[in-house]
Write a protein that binds this ligand. Structure first.
Ligand SMILES: Cc1ncc(COP(=O)(O)O)c(C=O)c1O
Length: 483
């Protein structure tokens, strides 16, 4: 597709500027001549060309409003538009962060109550809403762990992380100055309890565990795991990015976790991805509440106000109070679906993933043949072995069928991984159509592997050099190009 600069034709314009009705002054007299240019090289187009250009571009964009988006570990679910509407109300969007407390009682109430709802949902004593993403929440959580041991006068150097974890976990831990030790997974895809017992010494500050983990599996031995960590004085951290499988059914606090971060931009009605504003609130048990970031919203009588009066706080982790609009959406979502709706979310997310798992078994090999939670993980090893078709070829071929591909090659411990997360918002018809596409591709891989290896055939661009595209993205038209 041509760039808007390439469509440009000298002299063509999209509007007319009315004749000036005030005396004109030469530009050189208003602006220093050194700041003036002879040419600007802005695109020159008619209005219809501009409208068509941007409309065409928008149609090439894939999003959850366009089609099924089963990107594992990302919870790309459809979010009700009513929550966007609510978040767009003037009282929220036109809010000034320095507005006096008396003017923004409703907004403070929203923050206060949202922290309360999240605490109730997760079985925690309190939440901070400040962190701006899941990884930022992890960082905040680990800072709280560090502060906890400092206050106890203990120096602990290491945090344990299972080999299935999301890459942000070790990064967050390392940023706080802890070393990372990796806990092996067992044959069932859970934490290898024997290995955990071996590693869990008094030098270990805690275990950072994703539950359900990135294999889409619930940690069966969670009570034993919590016991092992706590007996040595460690803290149990929950990466709660997969809360879509848990909300309304079980509470991480009741499972023994001391700290959790949630990704509001997954489970709680904000679209995930594209670097848009996120929110990674962190919840803690009572003994860690004094360390939460400041300022915090407190309620005195019927009034809400900001308070910095928490002397043991880790301080501020974000300007003002985080990404407020994401919180408004989460609040609207929780209030509109209620406790019963929350439970249905998890039940349907888990049901949908297991439906896909059962429909595709026999066509693709399961990484772990267990009931899964909200996502299921296959391996394309059978296709690779029998036809030389890689998982990446299968993903590219799905584009020809009109689907966003699932996550591939993650989690790292599964070779040729294909990780599918349908979410609770998809109908049986959508799941069936997707499964038919996957089954067709499995057949094509057997009968015509070259076709799959050369996919995609119908997209505006074919195969990009992924590494080059990620490391050296060419996304900017240089105005002086060609000069
Ligand atoms: C299991 C898990 N942990 C942490 C994160 C990091 O969250 P964020 O991308 O908001 O930083 C993700 C993101 O997808 C995740 O899947």
């Amino acid at each position: 597709m041509e760039l808007i600069f390439e469509k440009s034709r000298p002299g063509r314009a999209a509007g007319t500027v009315p004749a000036s009705d005030v005396p004109e002054t030469a530009l050189e007299r208003l602006i220093g001549p050194e700041l003036l240019r002879d040419t600007l090289n802005l695109p020159e187009l008619a209005e219809v060309d501009i409208v068509r250009h941007y409309t065409r571009l928008s149609r090439r964009n894939f999003g959850v409003d366009v089609g099924f988006y089963p990107l594992g570990s990302c919870t790309m679910k459809y979010n009700p538009k009513i929550n966007e509407r609510v978040a767009g109300l003037d009282g929220f969007t036109a809010l000034h962060p320095y507005a006096p407390e008396a003017f923004v009682q409703g907004n403070l109430q929203l923050l206060y109550e949202l922290a309360g709802y999240l605490s109730e949902i997760c079985g925690m004593a309190d939440f901070t809403l400040q962190p701006a993403a899941g990884a930022h929440g992890e960082l905040t959580g680990v800072m709280i762990i560090k502060k906890h041991f400092e206050r106890k006068g203990q120096r602990r150097s290491t945090i344990l992380i299972p080999d299935t974890a999301h890459g942000t976990n070790p990064a967050s831990v390392a940023l706080c100055g802890f070393q990372v030790a990796t806990v092996r997974s067992d044959a069932e895809g859970g934490v290898d309890v024997g290995h955990l017992r071996e590693l869990m010494t008094k030098d270990v500050a805690g275990l950072m565990l994703t539950n359900p983990n990135t294999l889409g599996l619930f940690e069966r031995n969670i009570e034993e795991v919590a016991h092992i960590v706590h007996r040595k004085g460690g803290l149990l951290y929950c990466d709660g990015a997969n809360a879509n499988a848990l909300v309304g059914v079980t509470r991480p606090g009741d499972l023994g976790f001391d700290i959790i971060q949630l990704n509001l931009h997954k489970t709680f009605s904000t679209p995930h991805g594209c670097g848009g504003p996120g929110s990674g609130p962190v919840g803690v048990k009572r003994h860690l509440v004094p360390f939460l970031p400041v300022p915090r919203v407190v309620k005195r009588g019927r009034r809400y106000r900001w308070s910095e009066d928490f002397p043991h706080s880790i301080g501020r982790v974000r300007s003002f109070y985080g990404n407020f609009n994401v919180m408004v959406k989460a609040y609207a979502y929780i209030r509109s679906i209620g406790a019963a709706g929350m439970r249905r979310v998890s039940e349907n997310a888990v049901l949908n993933a297991n439906y896909i798992k059962e429909r595709l078994r026999g066509h693709y090999q399961l990484a772990y043949d267990r009931t899964c939670m909200h996502e299921c993980v296959f391996t394309g090893e059978k296709q690779l072995r029998e036809s030389g078709v890689h998982t990446t070829d299968i993903a590219k071929r799905l584009l020809d069928y009109g689907y966003h591909p699932p996550t591939i090659y993650f989690p790292l411990i599964v070779r040729e991984a294909i990780m599918i997360e349908p979410t609770e918002t998809e109908s049986k018809e959508t799941l069936d159509e997707f499964c038919e596409a996957m089954i067709s591709i499995a057949r094509e891989a057997r009968e015509n592997p070259d076709l799959v290896r050369s996919a995609p055939l119908t997209t505006p661009v074919r195969r990009l050099d992924d590494v080059l595209a990620a490391r050296k993205p060419d996304v900017c038209w240089t105005v002086c190009q060609g000069e």
